[in-house]
Structure formats: C-alpha cells, structure tokens
Design a binder for this molecule. Structure first.
Ligand code: ATP
Ligand code: MG
Length: 296
C-alpha cells in the first residue's frame, strides 16, 4: 500500500518467512551453518529452538532452499498436530514413496528401501519438522525410531526438529530421554541485540529497494528495539504499521507519537521507560492524539 510512497519495490516488512529477506545476524548465520553441517555430515538428530517469532521457520526455509539446490530429498512437516497415521501419510507423500500411504507398515518398508538405496548411492535424505514442540508423544516416538535407522556409514535419515523453548523442556522429560541422547546438534535463536535490530530494519528496507533509509531514525529504532524486545516478527509488525501510519499522514518521517499509537494498538508490553524527550514525543507532524499514553 505504502510501497510507492516510500520508494520500495516490495513490502519490506512482510510477515512471511521469506529467505530473500534473510538478515544474516551472527546467530542466524550460525544456526543455518549448523543445520547444513548436521545434515551433510549425517549427524542424525538436530534441534533448533527459539522463542516465538525469532526466525526458526525462516531458517528452515533457507535449509529447504539449500537442500533443493543440492538435490537432497526431504520431507517437511509444518503442521505438527498430527496423528501417527497422518504423520506416515505425509512422510510418504513428501518423499513420494510408492506404497499404500495409509499403511504404516508399507510406508516403513518403502522408506527403509528408499533410505538404503539413497545412502548406498551416497545421497542424503532429510526429515524436517517445524513446530515440533506440538508433536504428540506417540509421533515423537516414531520419529525417534526413524532416527535409529543407520548403517555403518551413519544415520540413514537426517532429522531436523524446530520448535519453541517448550521443545527443549519436552526433551528433558524422562520419557524423551532416549531421544535427547540422540541429539547430535543443537542450536538456539534468541531475540536480537539493539545493534542487530537496527541492522535488521535497515537490511529489510535495503532489500526492498531503499538502501539508506531515513524514514525511521536511529533513536526511534532504539525505542522499537525496546518495545519489540528484539523479536523479529514484532519488529516487522511495528515497522509495517509505522510506515502505514506515516503514509496515511503523508510524511516520510516516522515520529515517536506514531510509535506510541502503534504499540498501544498492538497492546505491546515492554520493560523500561521512555528513552526520549517530550520534544521528541511531539514533533510538528505528530498530532497529540497520536501519543496516547504519558508515563509520568
Ligand atoms: N534472520 C532473519 N532475516 C529476515 N527475517 C527474519 C529473520 N528472522 C526472523 N525474520 C522474520 O521474522 C518473522 C518471524 O519469523 P519466523 O516465522 O521464522 O519465526 P519463528 O521462530 O518460526 O516463529 P514461531 O515460533 O511463531 O513459529 C518473519 O516475518 C521473518 O521473515
Ligand atoms: Mg515458525
């Protein structure tokens, strides 16, 4: 809506986990490198955990792009609220197994044959499960058993589990002990540090066609960091709403009053007080009604 007004060729703060907009923060870089290394070196189980909105699905999308480019076969399950039957059906569908996909036994036989053949030919096969914290115990147990398949060269199926921190906690439970022991690699995503938030915002706008943006000042970015607590998804939502508000007010400079309005509409709760002066709060362009709360 506001793209042309600001000179963007596409929406800079889209909510989708689009690898084209990947911001390579050191931790995202490291997580992606671990995922790729774990898969390539046939480590077996790899776990990626992180708070809501920190970029797990985005990392998995990047991994999928890599696997595609390398012609590595993979199944990827993005809906983890599955029964055991649905799990095997989806696995068979994704890996294009020629068998009765509704029969667990047939799927397992076909999968085993496929994995042996592929491994024999020096090829890797991957199972990616997003939102793994939602997996039912029975499905996790099936996944653990799939992770047991191996020959003398290593695991036949590389399994990437991604999920919110509950996943880590779930794996601590006694019934998951066996699975926990088999995890060869773990990586975690945390919210951004302030300087990462600034680089992230600028990088997304640059990717959308405006390399040296002057719409959101460094001071305001600090405030956005505080209110989003460095969570990429919240940063996107705030920035998108800010640009929309500025567009509606026909200005190319975002003011703190707009941020107040946006974060109050989003019902954001954040620690800390205002890091700006009253003068900053009411620049000429910001009408007083845009500054809904006073913190004195
Ligand atoms: N490194 C990054 N580069 C670019 N965009 C990112 C990055 N990390 C996160 N994002 C953006 O943040 C938003 C949330 O990311 P994503 O959906 O990957 O988070 P998630 O950890 O999977 O969240 P959830 O726990 O809700 O599943 C997306 O819009 C995504 O584009
Ligand atoms: Mg996700």
């Amino acid at each position: 809506m506001y793209n042309a007004f600001f000179g963007f060729t596409q929406n800079p703060f889209n909510m989708s986990p689009d690898p084209a907009f990947l911001f390579r923060s050191p931790q995202h870089e490291e997580a992606l490198a671990s995922l790729i290394y774990g898969v390539q070196s046939r480590k077996g189980f790899i776990v990626l955990s992180g708070e809501v909105g920190t970029g797990k699905t985005t990392m998995l999308e990047c991994l999928r792009d890599f696997l595609h480019a390398q012609q590595i076969a993979f199944a990827s399950l993005f809906n983890s609220r599955l029964t055991v039957e649905q799990f095997f059906e989806m696995l068979a569908y994704d890996l294009d197994l020629r068998c009765n996909r509704l029969s667990k036994t047939e799927v397992l036989l076909a999968l085993n044959a496929m994995l042996l053949e592929r491994t024999g030919a020096g090829r890797t096969t991957v199972l990616i499960v997003d939102e793994a914290h939602n997996l039912e115990w029975e499905v996790l147990e099936e996944i653990r058993l799939l992770g047991n398949l191996e020959n003398r060269k290593g695991k036949l199926l590389q399994i990437v589990l991604a999920g919110q921190p509950e996943l880590d906690r779930k794996l601590e439970a006694p019934e998951f002990r066996q699975l926990k022991q088999r995890i060869a690699l773990r990586c975690a995503l945390r919210p951004f540090h302030p300087e990462e938030t600034a680089a992230y915002i600028n990088s997304r706008m640059a990717r959308a066609g405006v390399p040296d943006q002057t719409f959101i000042s460094p001071n305001l970015i600090e405030e956005i960091h505080l209110r989003s607590q460095g969570i990429p998804r919240l940063i996107n939502a705030i920035c998108d709403n800010l640009l929309l508000t500025a567009f509606a007010m026909e200005t190319r400079v975002v003011a703190i009053g707009m941020l107040d309005e946006v974060t109050s509409d989003m019902r954001l709760e954040y620690r800390g007080g205002p890091s700006h002066t009253e003068e900053d709060r009411y620049p000429e362009i910001a009408r007083p009604r845009l500054a809904p709360f006073h913190r004195d």
